[in-house]
Design a protein around this ligand. Structure first.
Ligand code: TXA
Ligand code: MG
Length: 334
């Protein structure tokens, strides 16, 4: 089955597959026609570069100009795993795959199915998240099927993914290295290995007037269909503010959903759907459930949503980055 899927990729077809972060939509990274097909299947602008996935470290040499020491250090520590590194590309990588950029994003995932598939495909698989552009990345087979069925040759069912948010992206072409997209591998974890790492300011602020360095981050990704507002403040103030808004929205005929935590769930009254992401102390659970909850609200045709805010340090930075993007940076402090 995986061998067949590998053949499909070698022949220029597309296969969606599980990784430890989210499902990916794979094509042969060294074949410009495959990359074009990926953009078409996702409905994604073609200036938005793809991540090239490898299944063993030594394969990186073919696709980058140079492997700096810092890349080797980070690979030793975090690969295989949820980390993507940006480096100068070699001529082997077509500009169709890098969205016209002279750099390439490389990731060596830890998911065994992904590794086998990449091996059978010839070693280099370009894979964005397997969602239609603008929708939350799929973390379960059902949502890949919903977005991609009929558009690609095959989908590999790997159950629910482990992490639930996309890989951390770090740009190694600048000094100090810069995090372009926060993820499971945090700034703090990098700084145990390399002395200083910056974070692209646009990841946490909406009104910087600057373009994000990862082209994909400028789009209103992870966008649910309904209108989402994040409410931040003391727990009791958050609950009472949201309850007041829900009452007004219901009177105006809206269908209302709430994203909350186990600790506060019982306090919410009057909404159509109240979903807990898990305990506030369990960031991994919150990350794993976030996209699924946004999708479920879409399925239930919710028109207005409120979410509690989360601590934005450590892995929480990735959670808040995605939530802020889903909300178009709409945050109310109460
Ligand atoms: O966890 C992940 O990284 C998943 C799984 C499937 O591996 N993939 C993923 O790919 O999230 P995608 O295409 O949805 O997001 C890739 C992001 C985009 O924001 C894109 O702009 C950025 O990476 N990117 C890719 N190549 C880049 C480059 N050369 N320079 C800057 N940003 C780049
Ligand atoms: Mg994506």
């Amino acid at each position: 089955m995986l061998r067949e899927a590998g053949e499909i990729l070698k022949n220029g077809g597309l296969v969606a597959f599980p990784t430890e972060t989210v499902y990916g939509l794979g094509g042969d990274a060294l074949n410009p026609t495959s990359s074009k097909k990926i953009y078409a299947a996702k409905g994604r602008p073609s200036d938005n570069p793809l991540i090239v996935h490898i299944y063993r470290f030594e394969d990186i040499y073919k696709i980058v100009k140079e492997v700096p020491d810092i890349c080797k250090k980070l690979a030793d520590q975090f690969w295989p795993g949820p980390l993507t590194m940006i480096l100068e590309k070699s001529d082997a990588v077509p500009f169709e795959t890098t969205g016209g950029l002279g750099t390439v994003a490389v990731r060596f995932p830890s998911h065994k199915t992904a590794q086998k598939l990449i091996e059978y495909a010839g070693g280099y698989v370009a894979a964005p998240s397997a969602n239609v552009s603008g929708r939350p990345s799929p973390t379960v087979f059902k949502y890949v099927d919903e977005d991609m069925n009929g558009k690609i040759e095959a989908i590999i069912d790997g159950g629910e993914v482990g992490i639930g948010l996309e890989s951390t992206i770090i740009d190694l072409t600048v000094d100090p290295p810069q995090i372009l997209r926060p993820g499971f591998i945090t700034k703090e974890k990098f700084e145990e290995i390399i002395s200083k790492v910056d974070v692209d300011i646009t990841t946490m602020k909406g009104d910087t007037g600057k373009a994000p360095k990862a082209p994909g981050m400028k789009y209103r990704h992870y966008a649910p269909k309904g209108d989402l507002t994040i409410v931040s403040g003391k727990p009791e103030s958050v609950v009472s503010y949201i309850n007041e808004q829900v009452a007004k929205d219901k009177a105006a005929g809206e269908k209302v959903g709430i994203i909350c935590t186990d600790e506060l769930k019982a306090g919410y009254l009057g909404a159509d759907c109240v979903k807990s992401a898990g305990s506030r102390t369990d960031e991994e659970a919150i990350a794993r459930h976030l996209y699924t909850m946004l999708r479920q609200f879409d399925d239930e045709n919710v028109t207005k949503m409120y979410s509690e805010s989360f601590d934005s340090s450590g892995f929480g930075q990735a959670i808040m980055n995605r939530l802020l993007k889903a909300a178009g940076h709409k945050v109310i402090n109460v």
